[in-house]
Ligand binder design. Sequence first.
Ligand code: DC
Length: 465
Amino acid sequence: MLNIAIDGPAGAGKSTVAKAVAKDLGLIYLDTGAMYRATAYYTLQQGIDVCDEEAVKKMLDGMSMNIIYEDGAQQIYVNGLNTTPYLREHYMSKAASDISALPPVRYKMVDLQREFAKTHDVVLDGRDIGTFVLPDANCKFFMTATPEERATRRYKELVEKGQSVDYDTLLKDIMQRDYNDSHREVAPLKQAEDAEYLDTTNMSIEDVVAHIKEVVHIKTKPQHTATASSEVKVGDKRAAKMKKYYKEQKSFAFYRFLSVILRPIQAILWPIKVVNKQNALDVEGNAIYTCNHYSKVDSFIPCFKLFKREAHILAKYELFKVPIAGWFLHKMGAIPVRRGEADIDAVKAVLKVLKDGKKLLIFPEGTRNKLGTQDMAELKTGTARFAIRTKSPIVPMLYYSAPKLFRRNWLYIGEPFTLEQFYGARTPEQMHEATEVLRQKMDETRRLCNEYVHGLKNKWKKGVK
Ligand code: DC
């Protein structure tokens, strides 16, 4: 039997993705959360408190649950009553989370789920499928997104259904449920070691589905994915195309050639002094250089000024299609990234670059500062994630102000540091904490940069007097 496990916290998009994957691959979808919801609903109908373990345990002895599919949609009957229409009410989420912490409930549900998986090719979504229910599942995924993103998704979903909800209450509920689900004694919400981590905060549903199908395609025998072969082929083609754009450079002779030609031109057009250059040069092997981002040129200035051999930058996927720009980026060893989604190919390319001991220049804000101010926007968690996954040191850098033609400017290089205290971390909360550390380092670099430049300017003023 083919079993695909998709675990993750509430609101990460698991059920939408699992349903689509199941449909495309001709598998059955089992919503295990609905089983806990149905148990909670029935318990409340019986006038029993969902936290009263003894009473619930007694009730379970006389409770039968049947899962059937009507027009392809899962229906859960409890003692002959179809509970399905009542399970998505908002108050049921908390009741299901509470009752799911009771060991007798879990054991009963887990038995039913294992039995189901033994007899069906199935995509299951839940909290403990990969870790506890089916540790030998063929493919495992751990889908998540920031609590804010998940609350926003839930908010939109409920508003679309015409329910009136308060965003802050939803966010609080989601965080409370995350806590409950990951702190219960039996089979808490946790990523299985062999599960693939998918942060869907900036990812479209279509991309997550396409990615999961590709992984299933690779990991399983062809007969299981026969119905999906056309879509998988499209994904394969796209992946092949992407690989063509990001070509590993065996020799960086061309980069060096460009560097010799362009460096003096750059020095005239953008007279930028690098302060503490040694901080950047001292780092051996893989490293991530983080910088504030104002304009297109500010990726190339540090590349030519700091990296003799090669440095990789992330560039918008669309730019690679522009004839000269695409060729140039390609020659620079740039990595194409599709913005607004978690581009798996880009992530893989970045991880490869770093694991190969190379340098990556990244703008942790994820976008340009169009106002040209000194303030940095909120940092995305991607940089910390890469640094942790590849154990890369981070070199914080800051432009004093937005690079402008013929205007004197400074690129200040801070002290390199590592996120060593987070190595092995995987949860979104830990990624946010690590990003906060990066933020503090960038703020500190800003303070030092301003101190340096203002000191210099004062000296000049005094000199003039
Ligand atoms: O996915 P959901 O929101 O419908 O799940 C409702 C609750 O059920 C959730 O808060 C935790 C619990 N649950 C679980 O403990 N194990 C599962 N495999 C699925 C859900």
